[in-house]
Design a protein around this ligand. Structure first.
Ligand code: SF4
Length: 738
């Protein structure tokens, strides 16, 4: 029997290892989906250090959607009211490169925009950065990670001098107190939650605090659930800080030796006395005191957060307010402790490493930093000054750029903005105004394909090799084990081909994905995310590796394999002798040397500003949006998996019984939900799991899957001034029974 192929689940940032076997394994019946098509089988990989064999329904069913509704051939049309016609790759790429040349000449490079995805492999990200930021000279590359974790990036950079979650999943097994805020971990990062919950159940002293306006599956098993009003996170965090300070839990030695700006922070939290905070947050003073006690008395405190913190007009300030609590109590750089951002996308981390946001360059560099630009220019063989010092357009800036006529070409890849962007009707109107949109995608149709002039079929996970980095900085090789359907090609291959047609031949001639990766990691040398010790071959033979992973350090023993001599033991041949670098759980800042100029972490002094659009007499309810167990984002894949589709009839709105009675709606009755931007219709689910005056709608359903039930028709684009991440999590709405 052949060994299963080791790879990574390509859904969420937990990054679980998978063992994948072909549909026909000798001695067993052929594995088929409900329609009778043979499909590969996916199981949890017990040897993957991040997930230890566990897998959720998404990972277990991933192979069932790979062959359905695929975009098989390049297609084009002159205008959006025409049907697509099938064309050759040569014609499609000729058209794209001609149009890029025309826009460069007539409008300038900054009229070209690319909107990419945390579903990219790192190799895709890297080649896209090299083309856009390097050779075309525009920083207009942004990814859907802007909507997902850019507040965490900004928070880490401002507090520690560099991005990168300091923690690792082993911390879940040894913490004394887990503080979960703005994350429904049980449904959205289930394998992280399973591991934490196991530890919580086995050790009575371990406390689990959950902060969420909804009583989610995560909150149901908490020792303390703080159901705060939406938009009061910083009130709560500063209130806990006040109590930690005045109840004697300050680690004054750590603060004095390793931090700056504590005094300014201490002045701010004077305004967050328990009675004030309890009232603003809508919780009891006792619960607030309990939260501070749990944190203060625990030897090791691990905080975790996700979209509930990041998707906010004060997202960076919220992240920094969480980090403040760790700094004031010395809860960082040791097992079981630290501020841990749970990444949404499977490779948003790889995107950060490769510079895949409009203000970044590869290797955790910034476009604003002259030295960083010079280093990258030199490495790519560019003239000094070729990389623009101005951050490019963010995802939302691309929408406004189309409204203003400033975008001459929009290239969207592996994402579905016609469902996921805020203020969706405005987004769609802007997409209609784009003079030329290239859409590179594995599936067809999607909601976004309706806005494309050129469709380019992309190979997806399992069809092209590449690497992804999960939330704990662990890099896994995702090998190719299926042939791409039709004429689909890897994303990076398409970017490189366009670059060569534009005349950049030599810099974009790669001998495969491993070659791209080998070039990319050279740009991480000496940087906080140094990955120079990681190669495709090493990952293949040794298994996943965490960074920092520096060339020449901790590389195991030289062994002879069928592919040559490697400086590491062969995991496949001798799993008992895994190298130390693979097994060791790496934490950042264990030496308390932060990446700031003086090596000290920085406190932030932030007052709460609340919601960008608070409720008022006309729009009296707060709508919060979120995700459900099983579904992934806009359902491009999970909507095509029978088992997951059957889990939910469709979208719904959660409403508190008191509010339901006030407006006269019964269980299952239809509600029109209206905001200042749009309207959507949902059946009511009456539940005490949501606080009064707040309603919840899942965000997964776009126009293809449900009629007029798009959560983002209601949301607004007001963004955090530091991270530029929109506040997708909350807006003010009216509720009108139908
Ligand atoms: Fe995949 Fe995330 Fe589920 Fe793990 S938790 S199997 S990475 S979707």
């Amino acid at each position: 029997m052949t060994n299963p192929i080791k790879t990574l689940c390509p859904y969420c940032g937990v990054g679980c290892g998978l063992d994948v076997s072909p549909p026909a394994v000798s001695g067993k019946p052929i594995n088929r989906d409900k329609q009778g098509t043979p499909v590969w089988q996916a199981r949890g990989d017990r040897a993957h250090p991040s997930s230890q064999g566990m897998v959720c329904v998404k990972g277990a069913t991933i192979t069932e959607a790979l062959h359905k509704d695929r975009l098989l051939h390049p297609m084009m049309r002159e205008s959006l009211d025409e049907p697509f016609r099938r064309v050759s790759w040569d014609e499609a790429l000729g058209r794209v490169s001609d149009r890029i040349q025309t826009v460069r000449t007539t409008q300038g490079a900054d009229a070209i925009c690319m909107y990419g995805s945390g579903q990219f492999n790192t190799e895709d990200y890297y080649v896209a950065q090299k083309l856009m930021k390097g050779f075309l000279g525009t920083n207009n590359f942004d990814a859907n990670s802007r909507l997902c974790m850019s507040s965490a990036v900004a928070g880490y950079v401002q507090s520690f001098g560099a991005d990168g979650p300091p923690c690792c999943y082993d911390d879940l097994d040894v913490t004394d107190c887990a503080f979960l805020i703005g994350t429904n971990t049980a449904e959205c990062h289930p394998i992280v939650f399973n591991r934490l919950r196991k530890h919580h159940k086995q050790h009575k002293h371990v406390k689990l605090i959950v902060v969420d306006p909804r009583k989610t599956q995560t909150a149901e098993v908490a020792d303390l659930h703080l159901a705060i009003k939406p938009g009061t996170d910083i009130d709560l965090l500063n209130g806990i800080a006040y109590l930690l300070l005045y109840r004697g839990y300050l680690d004054s030695v750590f603060v004095a030796k390793h931090t700056n700006h504590f005094t300014a922070f201490a002045e701010v939290i004077e305004d967050y006395k328990p009675d004030v905070v309890a009232k603003r947050c809508g919780i009891s003073i006792e619960d607030l005191e309990t939260a501070a006690q749990y944190w203060g008395k625990s030897k090791r405190v691990l905080s975790m957060w996700s979209m509930g913190i990041n998707q906010s007009s004060e997202g960076t300030a919220k992240v920094r307010s969480i980090i403040n609590l760790h700094l004031m109590t010395g809860q960082i750089g040791k097992p079981g402790a630290g501020p841990f951002s749970l990444t949404g996308q499977p490779n948003a981390m790889g995107g950060r490493e490769a510079g895949g946001l409009s203000h970044l360059l590869p290797g955790y560099r910034s476009v604003k930093n002259p030295q960083h630009r010079a280093e990258v220019e030199q490495f790519w063989g560019l003239e000094p000054g070729q990389i623009s010092p101005a951050p490019g357009r963010t995802a939302w800036d691309m929408i406004t750029g189309m409204e203003e006529g400033a975008v001459g070409l929009l290239w969207i890849a592996a994402t579905n903005p016609a469902v996921s962007m805020p203020d969706l009707e405005r987004t769609k109107r802007a997409l209609l105004r784009s003079p030329f949109t290239v859409y590179q995608e594995a599936y067809y149709p999607t909601e976004t394909s309706a806005y494309a002039h050129v469709l380019l079929p992309a190979a997806q996970w399992s069809e092209a090799p590449g690497t992804m980095t999960n939330s704990e900085r662990r890099v896994t090789l995702c090998p190719q084990f299926r042939t791409p359907p039709g004429e689909a090609r890897a994303d990076w291959v398409i970017f490189a081909e366009v670059a060569r047609r534009l005349g950049f031949s030599k810099p974009f001639t790669f001998n495969g994905a491993a070659d791209v990766h080998a070039e990319f990691v050279q740009l991480t040398r000496g940087r906080p995310c140094d990955m120079t010790g990681i190669t495709h071959d090493r990952l293949r033979y040794e298994g996943p590796l965490q960074w920092p992973c520096v060339q020449g350090e901790d590389e195991g023993n030289i062994v002879q394999t069928e592919k040559g001599r490697f400086r590491f033991p062969s995991f496949m041949r001798n799993p008992q002798k895994l190298s130390a670098s693979r097994l060791a759980a790496k934490r950042l800042y264990t030496d308390y040397q932060f990446h700031t100029p003086d090596g000290r972490a920085r406190f932030a002094a932030h007052h709460s500003r609340g919601l960008a659009e608070p409720p008022d007499d006309r729009y009296p309810y707060v709508l919060t949006t979120g995700r459900l167990y099983g579904h992934w984002h806009t359902q491009t894949r999970t909507g095509r998996v029978d088992k997951i589709r059957q889990m939910y009839d469709g979208p719904f709105i959660e409403i508190h019984p008191r509010d339901a009675a006030a407006i006269g709606i019964k269980e299952g009755g239809w509600l029109d939900v209206r905001s200042r931007r749009g309207i959507a219709r949902f059946p009511a689910k009456i539940t005490t799991a949501i606080v009064p005056q707040t309603v919840f709608v899942p965000m997964h359903w776009g126009a293809l899957w449900a009629n007029k039930a798009e959560a983002n028709a209601l949301t607004h684009p007001e963004a955090c001034p530091d991270s530029l991440q929109p506040e997708l999590k909350a807006c003010a709405v009216q509720l009108i029974p139908v």
